[in-house]
Design a protein around this ligand. Sequence first.
Ligand code: HEC
Ligand code: HEC
Ligand code: HEC
Length: 225
Amino acid sequence: MQDATPANVAGDFSDVRVTFHDMDTRFIRDGDDHFVETVGPAGDRGKFAVRYTFGHRPLQQYLLDRGDGVLQAFDVAWDTRPAPDGQRWFHLQPDEPMAPEHPFFWTRHAMDWSSHCADCHSTNVVKNLNATTGRFRTDYAEANVACEACHGPGGEHVRLAQAGTLAESSHSGFGVGLGKRVQWRFAPGNPIAEPHGNPADRDIDMCGGCHSLRTPLVTDAIGRP
Ligand code: HEC
Ligand code: HEC
Ligand code: HEC
């Protein structure tokens, strides 16, 4: 997740027009700012500011301000692979009919950054849901996946490093430590690799919180069994 600056935006915003599901979309750039002109929440056309880029390779998506400050992931994405396969806009739901009332339409809840994306794409995400208004005030320590997303709190690591005592510490001062590495090996004739060695699941706990399909039951799932 990065600011939507010209350096970070991979897609073609040079007043390009595309049509998917009978809906026209224009990708426009004004100075250093990027905009998408398309069908909005109520089915009417609008011009929506691109706030953040999302992803890098093989595709990039864009977080748009829906008009009320809520960040939504746009459902037309940029294929960042080289031409001729890539370097094009495509719709995430190419076959299923799409309309503003569909739950996967970009302004609807399935594309809501706070509830559906932030957890895995930023570090130390706090959602701050106001149950009365039904609005999130989502915050994070770092916009992108950074050290503490995998290692947990890093203050002690920094303290030990500054004191020059890192080498004597266990897990380099991180709350989430790793055991010896599991080795993934293919047995002859078996198309699926099996873990060998350390039976602890530290690596799985460290990575699986984001690299698996899941329902975020708790906000601090990463690094826990
Ligand atoms: C906080 C959530 C989170 C955690 C924890 C996490 N990842 Fe990721 N990882 C992501 C996201 C999101 C991406 C895609 C980011 C992007 O490319 O913009 C990614 C990308 C990757 C990629 C690149 C995949 C590709 O197709 O280019 C690899 C490899 C990877 N992660 C491995 C790991 C491993 C190994 C761990 C554990 C040590 C781990 N990740 C932990 C969220 C996470
Ligand atoms: C359960 C964790 C999780 C959630 C929730 C999640 N992502 Fe991801 N996302 C990942 C991981 C992990 C990868 C990297 C996977 C890989 O490359 O194999 C990824 C990759 C991507 C990529 C591909 C680009 C890249 O650089 O790899 C895009 C775009 C993306 N996610 C957008 C979104 C959007 C938009 C949402 C919300 C609608 C979302 N993601 C929700 C974990 C998640
Ligand atoms: C995507 C997950 C991920 C991110 C992000 C990440 N690390 Fe790591 N880190 C790991 C894994 C996995 C290992 C263990 C590697 C191995 O066993 O070879 C590791 C090992 C380490 C170690 C050695 C730990 C020990 O037990 O001695 C240190 C120190 C470390 N990382 C610091 C950092 C710092 C600082 C950052 C940010 C700049 C960072 N890591 C970002 C996953 C991550």
